[in-house]
Design a protein around this ligand. Structure first.
Ligand code: GDP
Ligand code: MG
Length: 297
């Protein structure tokens, strides 16, 4: 496939390490109903990722109101295997009283930390199953105005527990200028509320090209997303994944049209290890020490 760079092209060192350990990567999608979460999951898992099987897992123990479901696919590329799980959270923000919409999601994330902690405490710890959430894609409605109180509350409650990656949902409903202005507004709001979103570390040993690529990806956050699991015809008869309008087609995989490719690259290739490391070394570690000190250990 044209322009496709996947996890088999990770830098050598990271690649070798990960091949040995096996890739296991879990991401979660959160946002109000109708913003395109399920469509994005399908888009992530369709064609580009070549899933050889997609199995719906039994949903994780179900919390109060938000229904949590996950889908897992084993993906293979050039002999490298990746087990990718996406956890979908339908129902978020759908209630008359959304004051505690964030709670079942926080509970789910923490229960995964607990499950990991429990394994670490076992005598035999050779095979740890890592079901922790390594990234949380948070969907912001394409209003063009500002973050909603619900968005602020969710991110404030969750940012110490998970890598937050904010995205603008259905960005095809806004003009390029509107998207640009909205991105700035969102980042201002995030700063104003002291919300910590995922920041990629920079390494001295990275070459100039890698640094430039990473900077390019990070500069697109919040990613402007367009999802579609359908192919449509464009000029010249070529079929692309996209959304058709009377005036033309918005292509999911065209970087001039939206940031979907950048989001996928970040998750699957350029920042997978960093997202996992930050989850393990900081988010999980903080949770663990808070928990132990609460228990007086
Ligand atoms: P969810 O409730 O967040 O899971 O949203 P869905 O994925 O079910 O999408 C809700 C509706 O929005 C469906 O009709 C989708 O076809 C449509 N939709 C999904 N993604 C996009 C997008 O990027 N742009 C536009 N315009 N519509 C979208
Ligand atoms: Mg859905």
């Amino acid at each position: 496939l044209q322009g496709y760079v996947g996890f088999a092209n990770l830098p050598n060192q990271v690649h070798r390490k990960s091949v040995k350990k096996g890739f296991q990567f879990t991401t979660m999608v959160v946002g109000e109903s109708g913003l395109g979460k399920s469509t994005l999951v399908n888009t992530l898992f369709s064609t580009q990722l070549y899933p050889n099987k997609v199995v719906a897992e039994p949903s994780h123990e179900t919390p109060k109101t938000v229904d949590i479901q996950s889908i897992t696919a084993d993906i293979e590329e050039n002999g490298v295997r990746l087990r990718l799980t996406v956890v979908d959270t339908p129902g978020f923000g759908d209630f008359v009283n959304n004051e505690e919409s964030w709670k079942p999601i926080l509970d789910n994330i923490e229960s995964r930390f607990d499950a990991y902690l429990e394994q670490e405490n076992r005598v035999n710890r050779t095979k740890l199953v890592d079901n922790r959430i390594h990234a949380c894609i948070y969907f912001i409605a394409p209003t063009g105005h500002a973050l909603k109180p619900l968005d602020v509350e969710f991110m404030r409650r969750l940012h110490t527990r998970v890598n937050l990656i904010p995205v603008i949902a259905k960005s095809d409903t806004m003009t390029e200028e509107e998207v640009h202005a909205f991105k700035e507004r969102i980042l201002d709001d995030i700063n104003f509320h002291n919300i910590q979103i995922f920041q990629a570390p920079q390494y001295e040993y990275d070459d100039a090209e890698t640094i430039a690529e990473n900077r390019e990806i990070m500069s697109k956050i919040p990613f402007a997303i367009v999802g579609s699991d359908k192919e449509v015809e464009i000029e010249g008869g070529r079929m692309v994944r996209g959304r058709k309008y009377p005036w033309g087609v918005i292509e999911v995989d065209n970087e001039d049209h939206c940031d979907f490719v950048k989001l996928r690259q970040m998750l699957i290739r350029t920042h997978m290890e960093e997202l996992k490391e930050y989850t393990n070394n900081f988010l999980y570690e903080n949770y663990r020490s808070e928990k132990l000190s609460a228990m007086g250990i």
